[in-house]
Design a protein around this ligand. Structure first.
Ligand code: EPU
Length: 415
């Protein structure tokens, strides 16, 4: 087990160029299963989840080669349409092969993902939508056996909630279905719009991605394409909050600040000085933030994956903040760890009550998950003394060169 050691009290300062988005590249790799041939993805982050998706693709029969920020994928004519439990357990996004393989091969066997630290995380909306398109599912021994006896046919689907994964699974299935599919109440994430852009480069006919109604006219076949992955707004936002919490300043390059509209607005309201350009923004942190009320919501609302980092920032606010988690049933494990650092945070149902304290004090904490580990590092940057974030491997799932980046900004940090 690795740890991150950080000594707080040094304001960060400098520039960071943001790498491609984890939550885009993982889906792009799955989309490549839709047509045989050779693909090239640029701006790919060196993170663990990309390696795991590489293993999923290997298992299915494709070959992934990574050279620095480029991943090349060779997809053969014939595929093994399966994702076993060991891979789905490592990474839930593996279930996205369901839509792609049903569309390309007409069948798939995917282990059913269980719950995780964020709650039960069901996939009912993925399955309902695919069923409406003609898929049939049987759950046997923990494995979903999916088939489309008469192929997939376009239809009108309206999601109960704008689930990112359900929208993507349906989009991947719809591009090769016969006729027109409409996905209403669709997720509007920039990463999803980037997926649609790759699919259109491959010859798909997708309209409206990035809005809540996506229309897809099925085509008989697709062909390979090259693509540059959209910037990771969560990485951008995490470094911005790290700099702000340290009372420093940062310029984030290569990311449209519009992707973080709500997050930057809240930072500004908390007393940060924010400047925005076309594909950059800068943030200067206050001595102590002003308290904020925040509710996480699907895009373009405040992102749930920025919630723990924001709470770490608000832990030193001059008053009480209320953060309401609306996307996940349980995303609160990091709170006990922040309280060990002297924060005063309580939960009441889905509400997180953050009573700001003047000072945090470094100690040993448990990284819990990707964003929690990032949040605890942010708290460590703002705390007095030494913080050790254990289980730092979580960071490697979503941040390429996290510790080096913070060190280059002036943090006293190592792994
Ligand atoms: N949900 C259902 N039924 C469904 C699908 C979702 O109840 O059929 C619920 C989930 O249980 C959850 C909520 O809806 O409570 C949102 O789930 P969603 O499907 O939108 O999320 P996801 O596709 O599983 C992606 C990201 C997450 C991010 C969420 C929300 C990837 C690989 N993962 O997950 O990213 O938090 O969207 O924006 O894209 C992370 O990067 O750290 C991360 C967890």
């Amino acid at each position: 087990m690795d740890s991150i050691r950080v000594i707080g009290g040094r304001p960060l300062s400098g520039e960071v160029a943001v790498h491609g988005a984890k939550n885009a590249v993982l889906k792009h790799m799955v989309a490549m299963l839709l047509a045989p041939g050779r693909y090239r993805l640029e701006n790919v982050p060196g993170i663990l989840d990309v390696d795991i998706m590489g293993e999923v693709l290997d298992h299915v029969g494709a070959t992934c080669t990574r050279r620095e920020s480029v991943v090349e994928v060779d997809v053969p004519e014939s595929l093994n349409p399966e994702a076993p439990l060991e891979l789905v357990r490592k990474m839930r996004a593996s279930i996205l092969i369901l839509g792609a393989l049903l569309a390309r091969v007409g069948s798939a066997r995917v282990a059913l993902p269980g719950g995780d630290d964020f709650g039960s995380r069901p996939i009912g909306m993925h399955l309902d939508g695919l069923e409406q398109m003609g898929a049939v599912f049987e759950l046997r021994h923990g494995v979903l056996e999916a088939s489309a006896p008469n192929g997939l046919a376009g239809t009108d689907i309206f999601l109960e909630f704008p689930s990112v994964g359900a929208t993507e699974n349906l989009l991947l299935a719809a591009v090769l279905a016969t006729g027109k599919t409409t996905i209403g109440n669709a997720a509007r994430e920039p990463e999803l719009a980037d997926l649609a852009s790759l699919l259109n480069q491959m010859g798909a006919k997708v309209d409206g991605a990035g809005t809540s109604t996506i229309e897809v006219m099925g085509v008989p076949s697709l062909s390979p394409a090259d693509h540059k992955v959209v910037a990771d707004r969560l990485v951008a936002g995490t470094y911005a909050l790290a700099a702000a919490a340290s009372g420093g300043e940062i310029t984030v390059l290569g990311c449209d600040p519009g992707f973080l509209r709500m997050e930057l607005r809240k930072m500004q309201a908390a007393g940060c000085d924010v400047e925005r350009g076309d594909d950059w923004f800068s943030v200067t942190g206050p001595e102590r933030p002003e308290p904020q009320d925040i509710a996480t919501l699907p895009y373009p609302g405040f992102h749930t994956d920025m919630h723990p980092q924001m709470v770490a920032f608000l832990a030193r606010a001059t008053g009480t903040s209320l953060v309401t988690e609306n996307v996940y049933a349980a995303r609160f494990r990091y709170i006990g760890e922040l309280n060990r650092m002297g924060a005063d945070i309580q939960t009441d149902g889905q509400h997180v009550v953050v009573r700001g304290v003047e000072e945090l004090s470094g100690c040993e904490v448990d990284g819990c998950d990707i964003r929690a580990a990032a949040a605890l590092t942010i708290a460590g940057l703002a705390a007095e003394g030494e913080t050790i974030v254990h289980d730092a491997e979580h960071i490697d799932r979503g941040y390429d060169g996290f510790v080096d980046t913070l060190r280059n900004l002036g943090a006293d940090i190592d792994r």
